[in-house]
Design a binder for this molecule. Sequence first.
Ligand code: MTE
Ligand code: MO
Length: 396
Amino acid sequence: MPELPSPAWLRADTPPSWWPRPPRRLRDAASAVSVGRWVGIAFTVCFVTGVFSHVHQHPVTWLPLPTRPVWIYEVTQGMHVVVGLAAIPLLLAKLWTVYPRLFAWPTARTLVQLLERVSIAVLVAGAIFELATGLLNILQWYPWPFGFVQAHWWVAWLTVGALLVHVAVKAPVIAASWRTHRAPTPAVPPGAAATADTGVSRRTVLLAAGTAAAAVTVVTAGQTVPWLSRVAALAPRLPGPGASGLPINRTAHAADVEQTATDPAWVLQVAGRTPRSFSLEDLAALAQRTAVLPIACVEGWTAPGRWTGVRLREVLDLAGIATGSDLRLVSLELRGNSRMSLLPATFADDPLTLLALQLDGAPLSLDHGYPCRLIAPGRPGVAQTKWLARIEQVIA
Ligand SMILES: Nc1nc2c(c(=O)[nH]1)N[C@H]1C(S)=C(S)[C@@H](COP(=O)(O)O)O[C@H]1N2
Ligand SMILES: [Mo]
């Protein structure tokens, strides 16, 4: 392959001299491998939990999702958020130990080298993009023109693909580093270590990155992990207004449903073999059940609620919708991403899935979905549709 043209400052295999640089000792393969391992684990956890969350919001018939344990989504989403936040200092530490190498030039003499350089570019850009958009999503700040969900989803695949290529290309370095790790450390004469390198040691940097990751985790995890909520200094969403303390994602005012939701003529339409409409009185006259189920929001918070209402399956029976039917739930809301959700049959048929009329012993407030909302076990908050207007059987 012909040599690639390059500006003079790039031809050196170090960054320009005025750039801050990590001490030489940290630029070795062992540092890169040991931080990289933790970054790799963190990204893998985020990827797997992220795919799980995405399939929930875009169900496919060939991949059934579990409704139990009732906290399963709360846990996977909590891991996604907590591990993603902890990955920020880890990624910064990783980039700090390796960035002088990004300047090596000519970058690609062989096809394998070219592949490596491209995969690293995609990996670094993708990793930064995922962590930045994820963080801003938690802060509910969307200062970009593209849709968060689609962008976060597709860049995740790119990033993980690049990660696999990177690990494959670096396999010999990783293996060598593991071998030296296991070998007994050579004896160092007293005083030698202190004079060999005046900069921070690898241990210090790893410790600092680890401490930062742990600190970030502790002050944010309370948003999704109840017993840590008292130290959740960076968890702005808890508690919510009202006696229940449940946060409100979108208010009735923002959703523009104040009129329709309080209209005395409101009915819930259930479109099955024998279409039925249920007024609020009709629903209240059916057997009332109570279930303690969390709202686990993809924007990074979880809160439990004690919900009371009608078992969805019983309403479906009355409308002639057989068990095993997938449903479409439609809100009174006319615009907005959450005005509609798909409810797979396993969720529709779970006895804990309710058409909730009450929260924590009081009638549902307008903001929490009055007159009637869905609450199902093991389901993302974004798909717990509020202000229900209509339930339809999905005919495949
Ligand atoms: N119709 C409708 N339902 C909705 C939403 C919405 O914007 N519109 N937001 C969803 C999201 S993202 C979450 S986290 C939960 C929040 O429920 P809560 O406001 O009662 O806590 O409602 C879900 N149901
Ligand atoms: Mo949400």
